[in-house]
Design a protein around this ligand. Structure first.
Ligand code: GDP
Length: 613
């Protein structure tokens, strides 16, 4: 008996040629690139032991495996890179200011307010909006469009600040997870009567991971028992040292409720921006930026708030936002006024898009409607493909070694959640002490007490981190989110086990665990001798089914007498078959192994990867 025929296909041979494929490509896409028949690639995968259809989106690993087999070098292009290339093919550069230094004008900082629940984020955003109407634009502020701009006087100069009006770091993180940088400065709100709380730390870590400077607003100073000094002390432990203590973080004591020191807070934002950032943009080019919020309005169609980051957006411009496009029909500012144009750092509500872009999608103005449509359509198609492949994109402990070798990651990012601050700290410090050689750094992006939340998953998505849950589980929709985004979440209840696994992963020793699954047993009724194939067992299948190319052991009188055998050949009557089920007779060839007797039992099994838990 022989190995199964591969159907006589000619394996395409790449001779080391490079094929560029987008993440989430299908075998058909691959076949197109190398001028092969998709069906032949399906067959190749089948021979490699993977069942995939021609049009299904496959993982990076599968593309790699297939390429190796056919001697191609595959280059998988990330969505961001692909988008850049897509835009480049239209001669558009996204994300850079056009022209040289002389084209740049200063722009207002864009600020996000973050902090623990109930510490006053919403109240603060309201207070700022109410007390600081841009000069000359006084009037009813009625619109919530997702962002607004205020003016404040610093050193006798009018300075503007743009606030993203979705409190909490969810929006911030969700946008960052999608690769969009929306924020220049974060205001961290800490209630002085409550002090630093888990989400304070979470917010702080998000801002740090995004490399965004922080201004601390110590809120609720009007409340009895408020202790702003204590907050300063607590935050020192997290690397935020107040200026008055010799650090470089500005702390401002405020009361959002009484409107106390809001001006000082705004001044601190401006001063921090001046000290830490160079906020300038070309206001003369075609507008570019990001979508902050969008919804479908029954009367007006798609309504999107966009933040212009560079250039000037005008009514009549043709724009693309994510996979939506259209001509700007009308624009409104955060006070509901009709506006004709919007420059850098200005949020505006835009009417005229074909559909609703996602929060964090980038937008850009192009010359022709046709270009806009083409870009939008290509993006929509890519989104669909990528959604399938996403699951396997992220770093997991198993593939860490591979990724490290490929030089993609020099840093293992971790997010640690646990049941108590003591255990979390213990785990963190042990992990940080792991000696794993020079090439790899362990970085704990965030640690906290409590369940693994959706925000943790978002942070992990944005930073390719692995999430560790110690004596805690996922909460809400975090598990689904992790699965969708392909984030590796691991749960432990014993510290040393967590440490061992991470260490093993870093040293490339974390092999998947396999378990044996019994498939079937066959009783030998007769032994045939074949000059070509050696001894063949005539069998009756007693249980399950016996499949070709699976592992087997030989049992005689209840004892295992031979291990690690292989079902090399399987026949029913004169035909080669792939399996024989319980109750049927057939012939089994165990390859080179010939020591079989009547009444022996051939037990077949398969090794399956065990889910870790
Ligand atoms: P968020 O969850 O961080 O958005 O917090 P909110 O802005 O909803 O505020 C939570 C509660 O604290 C509300 O009842 C607010 O009225 C109250 N609050 C917010 N700021 C202050 C403040 O400065 N002083 C006092 N006394 N209460 C405040």
């Amino acid at each position: 008996m022989q190995a199964p025929s591969v159907g006589g296909i000619m394996l395409p041979r790449g001779n080391g040629a490079t094929v560029r494929l987008s993440r989430g490509a299908s075998l058909t896409d691959f076949a197109e690139k190398i001028n092969a028949n998709p069906a032949s690639l399906v067959q190749v995968m089948l021979n490699l032991g993977e069942m995939v259809t021609a049009t299904q989106s496959v993982s990076d690993e599968t593309l790699q495996l297939l390429a190796d087999e056919m001697n191609y070098v595959v280059e998988i292009v990330s969505p961001e890179e692909e988008d850049r290339e897509l835009l480049e093919s239209f001669d558009i550069e996204f994300g850079e200011n056009e022209g040289g230094e002389e084209m740049l004008v200063s722009r207002p900082p864009v600020v996000t307010v973050m902090g623990h629940v109930d510490h006053g984020k919403t109240r603060l955003l309201d207070a700022i909006r109410k007390t600081n109407v841009v000069a000359g634009e006084a009037g009813g502020i009625t619109q919530h469009i997702g962002a607004y701009q205020v003016a404040t006087e610093v050193n006798e100069e009018e300075r503007r600040i743009t606030f993203i009006d979705t409190p909490g770091h969810e929006a911030f993180t969700a946008m960052r997870a999608r690769g969009a940088k929306s924020t220049d400065i974060a205001i961290l709100v800490v209630a002085a009567n409550d002090g630093v709380m888990p989400q304070t730390i979470e917010a702080l870590n998000h801002a740090k991971a995004a490399d965004v400077p922080i201004v601390v607003a110590v809120n609720k100073i009007d409340v009895e028992g408020a202790d702003p000094t204590k907050v300063r002390g607590q935050l020192t432990e997290y690397g935020l040292v107040a200026e008055e203590y010799g650090g470089d973080t500005m702390f401002v004591d405020i009361s959002a409720k009484q409107g106390l020191h809001i001006d000082s807070l705004l001044e601190a934002v401006v001063l921090t921006a001046d000290a830490a950032l160079d906020l300038r943009a070309n206001d003369a080019q075609d507008a570019q930026g990001i979508a902050i919020e969008a919804h479908l309005d029954r009367g007006r169609g798609a309504v999107a708030t966009v933040l212009v980051q560079r250039g000037t957006l005008r009514v009549g411009d043709t724009m693309v936002a994510g996979d939506a496009y259209g001509r700007v029909r009308a624009m409104f500012d955060d006070k509901g006024n009709n506006v004709e144009e919007a420059g850098p750092s200005t949020p505006v509500l835009v009417l005229g898009l074909t559909n609703v872009p996602g929060a964090g999608d980038n937008f850009l103005v192009v010359d022709e409607d046709r270009t806009a449509r083409q870009i939008a359509e290509k993006r929509a198609a890519r989104e669909r493909n990528a959604a399938f492949a996403k699951r396997t994109r992220r770093v997991s402990l198993e593939d860490l070694d591979k990724v490290l070798k490929a030089g993609e990651v020099q840093q293992l990012n971790l997010i640690i959640k646990g049941d108590a601050s003591g255990s979390v700290e213990a785990l963190e410090s042990s992990l940080l002490q792991l000696d794993v050689g020079e090439e790899v750094d362990i970085r704990v992006l965030h640690r906290g007490v409590g369940a693994v939340t959706e925000t943790d998953i978002d942070l992990a998505t944005g930073s390719d981190a692995i999430v560790i849950g110690f004596n805690v589980r996922a909460e809400g929709r975090a598990t689904q989110r992790a699965e969708r985004e392909g984030v590796d979440v691991r749960y432990y209840s014993v510290i040393y086990q967590a440490i061992e696994e991470i260490e093993a992963a870093l040293k490339g020793m974390l092999k998947p665990e396999y378990e044996e699954v019994e498939l079937g047993t066959a009783e030998i009724r007769e032994v045939f001798k074949s000059s070509k194939l050696g001894n063949i067992a005539g069998v009756l299948i007693r249980s399950g089914e016996v499949k070709r190319n699976t592992k087997a052991r030989l049992i005689r009188d209840g004892k295992v007498v031979a291990e690690n055998l292989n079902i090399d050949g399987l026949r029913r009557f004169k035909d080669d078959v792939t399996e024989i089920r319980e109750g049927f007779e057939g012939g089994i060839n165990l390859g080179n192994f010939n020591d079989i007797k009547v009444d022996d039992v051939i037990a077949t099994y398969e090794m399956r990867e065990k889910p870790r838990g």
